[in-house]
Design a protein around this ligand. Structure first.
Ligand SMILES: Nc1ncnc2c1ncn2[C@@H]1O[C@H](COP(=O)(O)OP(=O)(O)OP(=O)(O)O)[C@@H](O)[C@H]1O
Ligand SMILES: [Mg+2]
Length: 235
């Protein structure tokens, strides 16, 4: 469903220089896969998720989604793809501080077109109930705990029934029980058929995936479970 071929990315720097972050990433994600990515800070994990989530165009290489190269899509098609197919849990949640929990969850519905907001509001309430937020619907993000904010971000990512969920450090800043609670939610969604790409620095979460990769020199290197000591040291 998603294929990356020789994806490279460099950011422009002042003075005409560039910072090369990805030097050639190949990755295939099929429906129902659960894949984790670990690696040092600054290794390009968020950059890679942004490219897969069609938020950032790679400098070169191919990103193919459902058989179609995204380079050939118009901005309108890309926006639709992002809104309908891809759920994104951003590093640090990125909730809108002036919107309530319910409004934050509903945001992708308002940004999308042609969907009945009424039935989506029922879905938003259902997701909030599932994630233990039913009595927080009218609260603002600053009135929530970190774990609750993370659960709002997950609900928001799921509201449009995406096929793939991209989760960037979804358990960051949480203590181990709360981190596991978030992980349990994500893995249960995968059990229901959602494709999951999880960026994490927690090895105990990363190893629960079917496949695990580490970012190294701008590429993805496959990691086996027996290599976990290496990861712990690298982190
Ligand atoms: N918009 C940007 N413009 C310029 N440089 C950027 C931009 N975004 C990221 N970078 C640089 O690219 C490199 C990779 O950043 P990225 O956020 O992808 O790393 P990461 O692996 O997600 O790190 P972390 O674990 O700290 O979240 C870093 O050196 C960062 O400074
Ligand atoms: Mg990051």
């Amino acid at each position: 469903m998603i294929q990356l071929k020789e994806v490279k990315h460099s950011y422009p720097r002042p003075g005409g220089e560039t910072l090369t972050v990805l030097t050639g990433v190949d990755l295939t994600l099929e429906q129902g896969d659960v894949v984790s990515i670990v690696g040092p800070s600054g290794g390009g994990k968020t950059t890679l998720l942004n490219i897969i989530g069609c938020l950032l165009k790679p400098t070169s290489g191919q990103v193919v989604i459902d058989g179609k190269p995204i380079q050939s899509m118009t901005e309108r098609e890309l926006a639709r793809l992002r809104n309908q197919k891809i759920g994104f849990i951003f590093q640090g949640s990125h909730l809108i501080p002036t919107l309530t929990v319910l409004e934050n969850i509903m945001l992708p519905v308002w940004l999308g077109a042609g969907i009945s907001a009424r039935s989506q509001q029922l879905r938003a309430r259902e997701l909030a109930r599932r994630f233990g937020l039913e009595d927080r619907l009218n609260h603002l993000p600053h009135e929530l705990s970190l774990g609750q904010r993370r659960r709002v971000a997950i609900a928001r990512a799921l509201i449009n029934r995406p096929a793939i969920l991209l989760a960037d450090e979804p358990t960051n800043d949480l203590d181990p029980p709360r981190a596991q609670q978030i992980a349990d939610i994500l893995f249960s969604l995968n059990q229901e058929g959602l494709t999951l790409l999880l960026v994490t620095h927690r090895w105990e979460l990363a190893q629960q995936a079917q496949r695990c990769y580490e970012t190294k020199d701008g590429q993805l290197q496959s990691v086996e479970v027996w290599q976990k000591e290496n990861i712990a040291e690298a982190d």
